[in-house]
Design a protein around this ligand. Structure first.
Ligand code: HEC
Ligand code: HEC
Ligand code: HEC
Ligand code: HEC
Ligand code: HEC
Ligand code: HEC
Ligand code: HEC
Ligand code: HEC
Ligand code: HEC
Ligand code: HEC
Ligand code: HEC
Length: 494
């Protein structure tokens, strides 16, 4: 019994000694500082660097083997004291930017942090003008550094928000750099699903670094930024398209896939049209919705203002509100919005109106949908017919340029009618289509007149040619007769 106890005591003693002396290399800096009981050495016990056998001297310089303070902390032995400004990051980079050195510690971590940091938004000069805005220790601390996936790390998702917003929510600090930069990211973030879940301890939702990156954070306007419009969908998609990652949340993971096939996605991702929405245009950057928008379902109107105005004063506004149906999404969807065609309109099986209107169900809408469809059809048909006639006249060399130009007004009316659908009002719709029909009927008449004239000219030409031919023929015959008579007379006189 006694023997066993003494073994345990010896074991514990040797363990604590090994710990205290920073085994295997016996870091005298640590040993002495621990006896002083200062904070750096206290924190260092949990430090990843301590666990890798790295000494205080790796960052501060000096001779870690010397038991004597004067000797250990001698400038001649390379002691640097407490590093400041860029000297801090340079000290970290002496290992973290050196692949060979990191390999000696059996580490396969990336070695790009300092390079990235220098070219990032935080790589600008600080207020003193002497060093960069942020150093490695700004986000990782100097002592007690742990793996970034450790919940104690200041960059662990549940702590990152605090780490970033100690600057970004500090009005006077941020204004001294950039007076126009907003400092509302934290307040807004707290209203979003991401922020609310993060505050409750969910480390899987997006925090500042998941959308902006860590070392290569760039201004939002920079095309290489993770939050630049054309990069946003894939930034959000790293989580939202990852079915395994999102499994526990039971929400769809098809937003990116659908979006990239939509009119908006094609315009943004293929044509690089920045007028088209990215995920954040509809969902907001930090808040639950974009600024000034009460609900995501109202966001379409920020770009399609006319459609939204018409919808708001249409009979559907009240009907949809009562049934808690979203406004535009009900007919167009949200992520998979496809080019709107006239097929949507009417009472055929695939027309969107047929979902809710039939002869027995909400029949008034049925009647209107049917009539709107007929109006559109007749505009298309008359437009096509008029265009054909104009073309025919043109080919026959008739002067129809002015009339052809007029056809543009019919096209314009067709475009207006597509928007006017959203009034869901028969009269307003008829008025717009009516204008178009007026144009097509005018063009039709003009083209027909041109063709008539062509025929008239052809007939006229034919008749006159005939008369001339007859005249010429009779003249010929007449001359022939005279000649013959003359010959007769000559013969007779012989
Ligand atoms: C025998 C004890 C002892 C040893 C060995 C020792 N130190 Fe110190 N160190 C001290 C004491 C005591 C102070 C506080 C001195 C003061 O405040 O002037 C100090 C201060 C420091 C400071 C703060 C200096 C400043 O300017 O504020 C740093 C950094 C430091 N030591 C690092 C090291 C490093 C690195 C080593 C090993 C290479 C080391 N020390 C070895 C006892 C020691
Ligand atoms: C990974 C690099 C690194 C290691 C290892 C390290 N330090 Fe530091 N230390 C720093 C940096 C950087 C500062 C500057 C303070 C800051 O930026 O927060 C600092 C500051 C200090 C200071 C000044 C007081 C303070 O807290 O600001 C003391 C004392 C100190 N270190 C002692 C130690 C001792 C003792 C060890 C070993 C037990 C050690 N350091 C290990 C990077 C390191
Ligand atoms: C603006 C804050 C910030 C600064 C400044 C910063 N880091 Fe980081 N760092 C982070 C975040 C956030 C992560 C976590 C990334 C993740 O979880 O993928 C991280 C991750 C790391 C990692 C883990 C591997 C990796 O690259 O993801 C290392 C190593 C690291 N940082 C070292 C450094 C060094 C060295 C510096 C200085 C040159 C530095 N960091 C400066 C925020 C910062
Ligand atoms: C002597 C070389 C050396 C110096 C100097 C150094 N580190 Fe490290 N650092 C390492 C090694 C080795 C690891 C462990 C790597 C591993 O586990 O793959 C590490 C790990 C880290 C990690 C954890 C990364 C992870 O796995 O999540 C961070 C963060 C970090 N260091 C930041 C710093 C900072 C900040 C400084 C400067 C204040 C610094 N390091 C200075 C060598 C160094
Ligand atoms: C869900 C992704 C996401 C999260 C989480 C996020 N941001 Fe942003 N952030 C964005 C987008 C998108 C923009 C704007 C891009 C643009 O203007 O086109 C932005 C813009 C910014 C800007 C530029 C100024 C501005 O407000 O427009 C800063 C600074 C910023 N974010 C900081 C933060 C901070 C700090 C946090 C954490 C509290 C954070 N962000 C969290 C996506 C995010
Ligand atoms: C030391 C304070 C500080 C910390 C910590 C900090 N930032 Fe910054 N950040 C700034 C300052 C200052 C600027 C403005 C630079 C300028 O003048 O453009 C900035 C710029 C930015 C920008 C660019 C804004 C734009 O569109 O121009 C983004 C994005 C950003 N920070 C995100 C973050 C994130 C994410 C974190 C945490 C991982 C973080 N910051 C941590 C101080 C800080
Ligand atoms: C780090 C991973 C991650 C990133 C990056 C991310 N999200 Fe999320 N997001 C989540 C998780 C996890 C949830 C929680 C799901 C839930 O509770 O419904 C969530 C929730 C949401 C919700 C609310 C869904 C609901 O339940 O109604 C929206 C909207 C959303 N995210 C949009 C975005 C957008 C837009 C971006 C890019 C600007 C983005 N997210 C980036 C992980 C992420
Ligand atoms: C044109 C606007 C728009 C764009 C662009 C958009 N969304 Fe949405 N999103 C919506 C609407 C509207 C909803 C339904 C919200 C509601 O009913 O509360 C929604 C719902 C969501 C949800 C909740 C789950 C679901 O699928 O219903 C997530 C997550 C989401 N969007 C992520 C994204 C991501 C990621 C992108 C970019 C790839 C994106 N959204 C692009 C408008 C948009
Ligand atoms: C940031 C501005 C913006 C927002 C927000 C937006 N859109 Fe769009 N939308 C566009 C642009 C730009 C186009 C033209 C894309 C192209 O074809 O080049 C477009 C095209 C369309 C089209 C196809 C038009 C056609 O000619 O066939 C429909 C339908 C549409 N959007 C519906 C919506 C709906 C519904 C919402 C809300 C859920 C919405 N949009 C939100 C900018 C926006
Ligand atoms: C009841 C169904 C319905 C609702 C609700 C609806 N639309 Fe439409 N939308 C249509 C139909 C049908 C068309 C195609 C008309 C055509 O081509 O003749 C269309 C066409 C469009 C177009 C392309 C034509 C144009 O104006 O450029 C856009 C953009 C559009 N809708 C946006 C919206 C927006 C924004 C909302 C919400 C305010 C909305 N729609 C609500 C049925 C609807
Ligand atoms: C999601 C279901 C839904 C869709 C899709 C829908 N409607 Fe409606 N509509 C309604 C409801 C509900 C009412 C109100 C019913 C009522 O009061 O009779 C209504 C009313 C109307 C009215 C007003 C009728 C009146 O009483 O004055 C018109 C006109 C109308 N719809 C046309 C259309 C057209 C055209 C389409 C296709 C582009 C369409 N609707 C698509 C649900 C829908």
């Amino acid at each position: 019994m006694k023997k066993r106890l003494s073994i345990v005591i010896v074991f514990l003693f040797s363990l604590s000694y090994a710990f205290a002396s920073g085994d295997p290399q016996k870091d005298q800096c640590f040993t002495c500082h621990q006896t002083i009981g200062d904070k750096p050495s206290e924190l260092f016990k949990r430090d990843v660097h301590f666990q890798k056998g790295i000494s205080c001297a790796a960052c501060h310089g000096g001779d870690s083997k010397a038991e004597d303070m004067e000797k250990g902390m001698d400038k001649a032995a390379g002691f640097k004291g407490v590093p400041k400004g860029d000297a801090i990051s340079e000290a970290c980079a002496s290992c973290h930017s050196n692949q060979e050195k990191m390999k000696q510690f059996h580490s396969s971590l990336p070695t790009n942090q300092w390079e990235f940091l220098k070219t990032s938004a935080h790589g600008k000069l600080s207020l003193t003008g002497k060093e960069h805005i942020a150093q490695c220790t700004t986000c990782h601390n100097a002592h007690g550094i742990v793996h970034v996936k450790d919940p104690a790390s200041p960059v662990f998702p549940l702590n990152a928000v605090k780490t970033c917003t100690k600057c970004h929510a500090d009005a006077s600090f941020m204004r001294s750099y950039n007076p126009s930069m907003s400092i509302d990211q934290l307040d807004k973030y707290r209203t979003s699903v991401h922020g609310q879940r993060n505050a409750k301890g969910d480390s899987k939702t997006a925090e500042c670094a998941s959308c902006h990156g860590s070392h290569d954070i760039r201004p939002a306007k920079d095309v290489k930024s993770k939050v630049y419009a054309t990069n946003i969908p894939s930034t959000c998609g790293t989580c939202h398209s990852n079915a395994a990652y999102m499994k526990e949340y039971k929400i769809p993971t098809d937003q990116f896939e659908k979006f990239s096939k939509s009119v908006h996605g094609k315009a943004l991702l293929q044509k690089h049209d920045l007028a088209a929405p990215a995920c954040n245009s509809c969902h907001g950057n930090h808040g639950a919705t974009p600024p000034g928008i009460t609900s995501v379902s109202k966001v379409c109107g920020t770009c399609h203002a006319l459609n939204a105005d018409l919808f708001s004063s249409s009979p559907h506004k009240k009907a949809f509100d009562e049934r808690k149906l979203p406004e535009c999404e009900t007919c167009h969807g949200n992520h998979e919005i496809i080019a709107a065609t006239e097929k949507l309109l009417g009472v055929s099986k695939d027309a969107v109106c047929s979902r809710c209107h039939s002869e027995s169900q909400n029949p008034k809408g049925y009647v209107v949908a049917k009539s709107m469809r007929q109006l559109i059809d007749s505009l298309e048909v008359t437009n096509e017919k008029a265009a054909k006639l104009v073309e025919e006249a043109e080919q026959k060399g008739m002067e129809v340029a002015d009339v052809k130009f007029k056809l543009r007004d019919a096209h314009q009316a067709r475009l207006q009618s597509r928007t006017m659908v959203h009034s869901f009002d028969q009269d307003k719709f008829s008025e717009v289509v009516g204008k178009g029909l007026g144009v097509t009927s005018f063009v039709d008449q003009e083209a027909k007149a041109a063709l008539d004239e062509y025929i008239f000219r052809r007939v006229g030409l034919g008749v006159s040619t005939l008369i001339i031919t007859i005249l010429a023929l009779s003249l010929y015959l007449y001359i022939k007769r005279i000649e013959r008579n003359q010959q007769k007379r000559e013969k007779n006189s012989l």
